[in-house]
Ligand binder design. Structure first.
Ligand SMILES: Nc1ncnc2c1ncn2[C@@H]1O[C@H](COP(=O)(O)OP(=O)(O)OP(=O)(O)O)[C@@H](O)[C@H]1O
Ligand SMILES: [Mg+2]
Length: 481
């Protein structure tokens, strides 16, 4: 009796196990089906589903069923009896086959989501990312998409992790996903897009004058996806910083050539006390004054100050008169200094030069504060952006920053308010461009001295008188600025 009872218990538990396994399988199938359906809906709403490709495959499958090619193939291998003969079964079979590309795509997305999420979790772990509210939930993968113009982007749910922290983890993202990140872009609803390319940013971007259109425009560089330009009428003053060999002087060269060619009236005051030779090719141009020593630098800066005062009074009292005056009245005058520290620091031990240095600082500060309204701009380059080399008040007015590789986080922070210039690859011409609060990695255009010289030839004067370095303010009085 007992034995019989145990036997029936065994049988019923086996039946129960079989039922359990069957229910589990059905449950898994339903779960996969629903998840796949969810991925299809997500694909439709985010536009990531490849309608065209899936549509073509669906069309081919329709033709296969219409011409009974599937049956013929099964028959050929002796499995013709498997083909559904019952009308209902055939209907189910038909719809399953025809819609299969979409389900399979949905399932592939499920796999992709899992893989990407795992990689994202690894990046979070390596980069020690934390949410701002400290309730760290990680980043959630939403989708990954490639636009027809070649720009790929991955959308993530931010879960309160600040974008600035994501930017710090940029190189970990790049290494894990084998991609090159252009930017992190905020999307409404607490989401962020990582814009990326699989092709690295060029390390050889040749200056191309035809890419410049506006009179006040010049090229800052190429990002992974676009050419970035700056405009003096929008960003009046620039700082060009970075350690030796980054490309500061080359940047000043291409910018100066662009300005002179683009705006036939533009004037430049160029100061290079470090090497004295960086601006040689500009010396014979009447619209350009080049200073190679402290005395002529002070003289030139004094001249620019006079010009600034003159324009400010003409425009109705400077800053307060800005509203009533039309700034296109004034010719653009740009003061370009290669290695600002040479003016501010190098000569400071000589007491007789102390007053001059103070004066130079005061003039540059005045240009940075008031120059914008009267088309007088400053572009200052330095290897050492510390307080000694660059007055903080002047720095605060240089809203455009081109920062080449920096030796340490501290100096990068002084220039960019963040340490990212230490992570730049050691490629000449590779820089971070900061304009207001936006940051981007760029490869700046390169223009060799030889080609620059050829570009400038049309501007060189034949009149030897004009290119002589003036000894006093007479030149300024007679010059038309
Ligand atoms: N945009 C660029 N693309 C490619 N190579 C560049 C670029 N700019 C500069 N280079 C290369 O790097 C070299 C050094 O550039 P540059 O003299 O402009 O550096 P720098 O920052 O002024 O250095 P230093 O602080 O010593 O004056 C150039 O001779 C050139 O070969
Ligand atoms: Mg230089």
């Amino acid at each position: 009796m007992n034995q019989r009872k145990t036997g029936s218990q065994d049988q019923s538990s086996q039946a129960f196990d079989a039922f359990d396994a069957f229910a589990n399988a059905i449950f898994k199938l339903a779960e996969t089906f629903l998840k796949s359906l969810f991925e299809i809906f997500k694909g439709i709403s985010y536009g990531t589903i490849p309608y065209f490709k899936l549509g073509i495959i669906t069309g081919i499958l329709c033709l296969i069923i219409l011409f009974e090619i599937d049956y013929k193939v099964l028959n050929l291998f002796g499995f013709g009896y498997l083909y559904p003969k019952n009308a209902t079964l055939f209907s189910i079979y038909k719809w399953m086959i025809v819609s299969s590309p979409w389900w399979i795509w949905g399932m592939a997305q499920m796999g992709k989501k899992k893989r990407f999420q795992k990689m994202i979790d690894d990046v979070i772990h390596f980069s020690n990312l934390k949410a701002a509210n400290d309730r760290h939930k990680g980043l959630d993968f939403i989708f990954d998409k490639k636009n027809p113009d070649g720009i790929s982007y991955m959308r993530l749910k931010q879960n309160a992790i600040p974008i600035s922290d994501l930017e710090k983890a940029k190189s970990n993202f790049e290494a894990k996903f084998q991609i090159y990140i252009d930017s992190f872009e905020r999307v409404d609803g607490g989401e962020v897009d990582i814009n990326y390319s699989k092709i690295p940013l060029t390390s050889n971007y040749r200056f191309n004058f035809s890419e410049v259109n506006g009179m006040d425009e010049f090229i800052v560089g190429k990002t992974l996806f676009k050419t970035v330009k700056a405009d003096f009428s929008k960003t009046p003053h620039f700082l060009v910083a970075g350690q030796t060999g980054g490309g500061k002087s080359s940047f000043l060269r291409q910018l100066s050539v662009t300005l002179l060619k683009n705006d036939p009236e533009s004037e430049l005051t160029m100061i290079d006390l470090k090497r004295g030779a960086e601006f040689d090719i500009f010396e014979n141009i009447p619209r350009v004054n080049v200073a190679k020593d402290m005395d002529s630098a002070i003289l030139r800066l004094n001249q620019v100050e006079k010009l600034l005062d003159k324009r400010l009074s003409e425009s109705g009292g400077g800053l307060y008169g800005r509203r009533s005056y039309n700034k296109t009245n004034f010719t653009r005058h740009v003061v370009i200094v290669d290695e600002i520290a040479e003016i501010f620091v190098a000569g400071s031990e000589f007491s007789e030069q102390k007053e001059d240095i103070k004066k130079a600082k005061a003039i540059l500060s005045k240009i940075a504060r008031l120059g914008r309204s009267v088309n007088i701009n400053a572009v200052l380059a330095t290897q050492r952006p510390d307080v000694k080399a660059l007055d903080s008040q002047i720095k605060a007015n240089l809203s455009g920053v081109i920062c080449y590789t920096m030796p340490n986080d501290a100096s990068s922070k002084v220039v960019l308010d963040r340490g990212s210039a230490t992570d730049l690859p050691l490629i000449s011409g590779r820089a971070i461009y900061k304009n207001g609060s936006s940051y981007m990695e760029v490869q700046t255009p390169y223009l060799s001295k030889d080609i620059a010289y050829r570009e400038l030839k049309e501007f060189y004067t034949k009149d030897e008188e004009k290119i002589m370095v003036p000894k006093n303010d007479e030149y300024f009085e007679s010059a038309e600025f």
